[in-house]
Design a protein around this ligand. Structure first.
Ligand code: ARG
Ligand code: ZN
Length: 887
């Protein structure tokens, strides 16, 4: 078992590395790396301590200290560490030569080859797979990298920082030298060597720096890189406008590779991307792909300040860069697209991914206190809940003070490896407020619940809202469960008149629409009211909490129709639907899965909503918003609302029955909308939010209409599939068809698979769609597709699209009552673990909700988890997830 690393045990490094000169001679199987390290004792460290450099699967070729061979017994070397027993107590130089094999590196950490392209991934601890090093983020050095490779196989050689020199290096070989003037931790190191196509442009920063920006892709795919290139320029401009942050090198390169464990990586000046988040054309990418590309390009670019210029002292501070950078990319997307629509999408992700994580055995604070394997902490909690904390901080302090705090943080911490405390100190200094209670958000795991009750006193004309917060007690590996302390919860609120329209009622506890709940229980009194208003609470989802608020159906209808806050209009429809869904899906519900009268009142409300929207703008003011209002809460969300003894089949049935009902009751309206929103023949394609919104409502309509009337819906979908001008419309039609068993579906699937034989990223969508069919036959379909020529366990995108779609996004089939879904998942985790432990561990998190399902399934799930946990030779990654899941 891997040892536990604890935040409480943090000590500064005993040695520092100021300068690194790397000389990398690329070779498919025998790449040689010479690292010349300028070291010195750290004044903050322990004098005379041995120097222990990290390594991982390394072969040492040679070592010299200050240009001399090291004496016998001076150095101890294993594949995992290089120890210099008595290092000089003055500045000194170590020269280390190692050899690695990029072709057999299937973990995709360190230096590896993807489709023949040499590339690297060093976060969190991959640099130690290239050379022996102090591989920790608080050791920051200036890197100069010489990359040498075959002119034929690697005409493009890229490194961090700015290009310095290039030239011949013997027969058939050439080299390039890159210098990065900004000191950085080793996890931000990168290099690339390969045959790559390039698109480029220029950007002049507000400081007048002329930056060459480029996106490198597989040759022949240059036409699919323009959107990403444009997103880079828009990100640069946005960060200048919004946070006053300018780019700081002469070049900014993005490289797309096809084998990548995560989404992308913010290496200094050389971002390396999963090609799924770079390549886009109307023929191959959906609107969702375009939105993701824009968001991830922005995310990695924004890391240049929040992550690179200011980095993390240790990996416990991961949210310092990730939560903050997610917040920044969310703001970017909201500004570039539709803010309310984007906010709803963020909250849906949070509820579908982070809430279950926070409620299950893998729950951890946004800043964990202990870990066995850091790569398992790149989680929805660190990223998404981390972003929510930053958002709450802005709500709590107000936008101006928040911006001033950000400026101070960037100025004070520039060039350092910082902590969450450093971050909060900047805001405390700028606002003059004590943020120690607020900081509990970083330390306490679990999703808080806020229960709200209200009373209206007609005689006194007062309206009182009472809030009670409670936090689950969460035991983590680091600490015994402690009684949670009250959190600082910003409640953005307003009052709506029963007939619509805002109510002007003041409370001195509410400033700029924000009430701060910072005790276990608190009340708010509004005076001068002639009737009870309808409260609109947590507008814009102002805090990542579950709200228990017994609004009547009429009150919800008022909010859906009249709330000035678009998020809460959507939320009102969601909670109306959730009530129906939970009622039907509870294992003990008498009418499980049957249509009931409450469904009719939901469809009536949605009909009124659609009519109101249409009246407001002639056509629809915001089709994307309407599409979201028509989308029922997902199965994971319904499961969370039920909480225990879940029957995933009953959840699916309840949701399906309600979809049928919506399709039936709203059918004529939905068909009319499809007509009204049709693209004019030959209209040029645009991936912008407005066009995407029209497509999303058209396709939501198709989906509901087909649920109610599979026969005529199938005809519509088949026609759409044949005539679609975009991948969005084609895939939506195929997705709709995939839910209707029969000939038409199988023909359409087969044709699509054939048509995109040579397009792995499109086939991924095809794999995913089939893996998500909510039918018993899907398990065999998935097993069959694992033998498809385009499928490979070696490629993370393929595993995610076929296997993770089944295990994480098809709840009724993953949780098959016979346990076969669990078995398949466990089998793939074990088969994959020897190749790629990170992706295997991620897949295993599908078992996160196993304790919530009813007894029969629960026993199968536990048995499958135990089989994984007890398998011999597990990676630390998988054994960590298995162990915590069973604890
Ligand atoms: N820092 C990357 C990001 O932008 C994530 C890289 C994580 N990679 C890993 N192997 N843990 O979110
Ligand atoms: Zn990130």
């Amino acid at each position: 078992m891997q040892t536990i690393v604890r935040l409480a045990d943090y000590r500064p490094s005993d040695y520092l590395i100021d300068r690194v000169d790397l000389d990398v001679r690329l070779h498919p199987t025998e790449t040689r790396i010479t690292a010349t390290l300028g070291l010195r004792p750290n004044p903050a460290g322990e004098p005379g301590a041995p120097l222990v450099l990290d390594g991982d699967e390394l072969t040492l070729v040679a070592i010299a200290l200050d240009g001399q061979p090291t004496g016998p017994g001076a150095v101890a070397v294993t594949p995992r560490a290089l120890t210099l027993h008595q290092p000089p107590q003055r500045p000194f130089v170590l020269e280390i030569e190692t050899q690695v094999n990029p072709s057999t590196n299937t973990k995709l950490m360190g230096l590896y080859r993807s489709n023949g392209v040499y590339c690297t991934q060093c976060e969190a601890d991959g640099f130690r797979r290239i050379t022996y090093f102090l591989d920790r983020p608080d050791v920051m050095a200036v890197f100069t990298t010489r990359i040498e490779g075959s002119r034929e196989a690697a005409p493009v050689l890229l490194g961090n920082g700015n290009p310095v020199e290039q030239g011949e290096a013997g027969p058939g070989r050439h080299y390039a030298i890159w210098h990065d003037p900004h000191p950085k931790p080793a996890y931000l190191f990168a290099l690339v060597g390969g045959r790559l196509g390039r698109v480029g442009s220029r950007f002049t920063t507000m400081e007048g720096r002329d930056v060459e920006i480029a996106v490198y892709v597989e040759p022949g795919k240059e036409g699919r890189a323009d959107f990403a290139l444009d997103a880079v320029a828009r990100s640069m401009a946005w960060d200048e406008r919004t946070f006053g942050r300018a780019y700081d090198l002469d070049v900014f390169n993005v490289v797309a590779v096809s084998d990548f464990n995560m989404g992308a990586m913010e290496n200094k000046g050389l971002n390396i991307f999963n090609d799924k988040y770079v390549l886009a054309s109307p023929e191959t990418a959906t609107d969702a792909d375009y939105a993701n590309i824009e968001a991830i390009i922005a995310h990695e670019y924004f890391h240049n300040w929040s992550g690179n210029r200011v980095t993390c002292r240790d990996w416990f501070q991961l949210c310092l860069k990730e939560g903050l950078t997610v917040f920044r990319d969310q703001e970017f997307s909201s500004d570039e697209r539709s803010r309310p629509v984007h906010r709803i999408a963020e909250v849906r992700t949070l509820r579908a991914r982070q809430f279950p994580e926070d409620a299950g055995p893998l729950a951890h604070p946004v800043r964990p206190q202990a870990y066995r394997e850091i790569n398992n902490f790149y989680t929805a909690t660190v990223y998404e809940k981390g972003a929510e904390i930053v958002r709450m901080l802005r709500t709590f302090l107000g936008p101006e003070t928040f911006r001033a705090g950000m400026d101070r943080y960037f100025t004070v911490c520039d060039g350092t490896a910082a902590t969450v405390e450093d971050f909060l100190a900047a805001f405390a200094a700028e606002s003059g407020r004590d943020l120690s209670a607020f900081s509990r958000w970083y330390a306490q795991a679990g999703t808080p619940t806020v229960a709200v009750s209200s009373t209206y006193d007609a005689a006194a004309r007062t309206y009182t809202l009472t809030f009670r917060q409670s936090l689950p007690v969460v035991a983590t590996e680091a600490a015994a469960p402690a009684a949670p302390q009250p959190l600082v919860i910003p409640v953005v609120l307003g009052l709506v008149a029963p007939g619509g329209g805002p109510v002007e009622a003041a409370s001195e506890r509410v400033r700029d629409g924000v009430f701060v709940l910072d005790r276990a229980e608190d009340s708010l009194v509004f005076g001068g009211l002639d009737a009870a208003p309808v409260p609109s609470l947590f507008r814009g989802f102002s805090a990542p909490v579950k709200v228990e608020h017994a609004l009547t159906r009429d009150e919800r209808l008022t909010l859906l129709a009249h709330d000035g806050d678009a998020f809460n209009r959507w939320q009102a429809a969601q909670s109306l639907a959730m009530e129906v869904l939970v009622g039907r899906a509870r294992a003990d519900a008498p009418l499980a899965g049957e249509a009931g009268p409450d469904g009719a009142s939901l469809t009536a409300a949605l009909a009124t909503f659609l009519d109101g929207e249409a009246a407001a703008g002639g056509t629809l003011a915001d089709p994307a918003f309407a599409a979201l209002v028509l989308t029922l809460p997902g199965e994971q969300e319904i499961a969370q609302a039920i909480g225990a003894e879940i029957d995933p089949d009953a959840i699916w049935r309840a949701r399906q029955t309600l979809r049928v009902q919506l399709g039936r009751d709203l059918g004529p309206r939905l068909l009319a909308l499809r007509e009204a929103l049709a693209e004019p023949e030959g209209a040029p394609f645009s991936p912008d939010a407005a066009s995407a919104g029209r497509r999303s409502l058209r396709n939501a309509a198709l989906d509901l209409v087909t649920a109610a009337d599979p026969e005529s819906g199938t005809a519509l979908a088949v026609a759409q599939l044949a005539g679609a001008a975009t991948m969005t419309d084609r895939l939506a039609a195929l997705a709709t068809l995939s839910l209707v068993p029969g000939e038409a579906r199988e023909t359409a699937l087969a044709r699509f698979g054939e048509a995109y034989r040579g397009e792995p990223l499109v086939l991924d969508k095809w794999f995913a769609l089939q893996a998500m069919i909510p039918e018993a036959g899907t398990l065999e379909r998935v097993r069959g597709l694992m033998h498809h020529a385009a499928f490979s366990l070696g490629n993370p995108n393929r595993v995610r699209s076929l296997i993770a779609s089944f295990s994480l996004n098809n709840p009724s089939q993953f949780h098959r009552p016979d346990g076969a879904g669990y078995d398949l998942t466990a089998e793939v985790v074990l088969a994959l673990d020897g190749k790629n432990p990170q992706v295997a561990a991620r897949l295993l998190t599908a078992f996160n909700t196993w304790r919530m399902v009813e007894g029969g399934r629960r026993r199968h799930a536990e048995a499958a988890l135990r089989r994984v946990a007890e398998a011999p030779g597990l990676s630390p990654d998988v054994s960590d997830i298995a162990g915590r899941s069973l604890a």
